[in-house]
Design a protein around this ligand. Structure first.
Ligand code: TRP
Length: 358
């Protein structure tokens, strides 16, 4: 697919607490890398967080925690844009319009909704059901072309493309008439659309970070065991203790990646080492193949402490002064609004609302 909308990166992280190594390696670390090649917008998606109950005091703390993690990890809030979603009303405005574009059937198929709603769907919030429309709005309100996310968000990105395509289609005459179309190829067909068909950016050695207590389960903020995850504010002693207690198996490490099959814990720890040292698993096994965990674990611990502890220190310093974090968010929101309001004005005009340009 070729399109002439300039490349722009957007991604979001939910402020739901317990930000962990999976969030860092699977998302934030990639956000940092993309800054070199793209204009990036990184958002703390607080509107998404309240699709399930959030204690208000904790929510405020968690919004600042994610912001601190972004900055401490190396996201440059001056060159790029960092803000929280609720400060930019355009997200909710465009989401309403997408509520009227997306079909009930599309949303009913979303596996994340089915998982989060559980058995008692009647009792899920309406927001939880329409969550993917708001996510599509987050992305498309900046006409973003690339979205770094974990595997689990692939289906939501497909839905985002479906919404963009249906909007482009339903309103194609109007888009052309207003001269707002951008040439893009959909399959073999050349069309003029308003919204880009956004691509996910997925992958890397730690696209999936697993629990330290059970290599078959994802590392998760909601695991009852604190030992299952390294959180981004863990100090060196805590990191050391958690890796010491991390589950392993009795064998030495294999010298080839294939040898990790059927050894989920070994696979996870080798993957973590690879991601933290920015190599891949085969290179890690070249160094550590044949080693016992008694040798590998201390090396992994040292590496994790070296990479994570300075981030944790900076986060703690930033979190001690909420005013500084809040200023970053409010400046970021101002710059985000400038882009997003322009897109919403276009969309209102495309849809046929009167008074779109104020
Ligand atoms: N749904 C994403 C998650 O749970 C968070 C999110 C919301 C997001 N809006 C987004 C991610 C837009 C990427 C782009 O991880």
């Amino acid at each position: 697919m070729s399109q002439t909308i300039p490349e722009r990166v957007f991604s979001g992280v939910q402020p739901t607490g317990n930000l962990h190594l999976g969030n860092y390696l699977g998302a934030i670390k990639k956000f940092v890398a993309l800054q070199e090649s793209h204009d990036c917008i990184y958002c703390v998606v607080d509107l998404h967080a309240i699709t399930v109950w959030q204690d208000p005091d904790e929510l405020a703390r968690n919004i600042r925690e994610v912001t601190a993690a972004f900055i401490a990890s190396g996201i440059d809030a001056e060159k790029h844009i960092v803000f929280n979603q609720s400060q930019v009303a355009a997200h909710a405005e465009l989401a309403w319009i997408f509520n009227c574009v997306a079909r009930m059937g599309w949303l009913s198929r979303m596996t994340q909704f089915k998982e989060k709603a559980g058995k008692n769907r009647e009792n899920a919030s309406v927001g939880l059901f329409s969550y993917p429309n708001l996510m599509a709005s987050d992305i498309l309100v900046y006409r973003a072309t690339h979205v770094p996310v974990g595997e689990d968000q692939k289906q939501h990105l497909e839905l985002t493309r479906d919404i963009a395509q249906k909007f482009n289609n339903d309103y194609s005459d109007r888009i052309a008439q207003l001269g707002l179309g951008v040439p893009m190829a959909v399959g073999d067909e050349a069309v003029n659309g308003y919204f880009p068909l956004t691509e996910p950016v997925i992958g890397g050695p730690a696209a999936r970070v697993m629990s330290l207590r059970d290599g078959t389960k994802k590392m998760s903020k909601s695991d009852p065991s604190d030992l299952s995850r390294i959180v981004m504010t863990d100090d060196a002693d805590t990191i050391t203790k958690k890796f010491r207690k991390a589950k392993t198996d009795p064998d030495a490490l294999p010298s080839e990646v294939e040898g990790l099959q059927g050894r989920p814990e070994a696979d996870n720890l080798v993957g973590l080492y690879a991601a933290l040292s920015e190599t891949d698993k085969s290179l890690v096994l070249k160094e550590f193949g044949g080693s016992e965990f008694s040798r590998f674990k201390p090396a992994l611990t040292e590496l994790a402490v070296e990479k994570i502890a300075p981030i944790a220190d900076t986060m703690r310093r930033l979190q001690a002064d909420p005013a500084e974090i809040d200023a970053v968010l409010s400046k970021g929101a101002e710059r985000a609004r400038e882009i997003a309001n322009g897109v919403v004005a276009d969309v209102k005009e495309i849809v046929g609302f009167v008074g779109a340009r104020g």
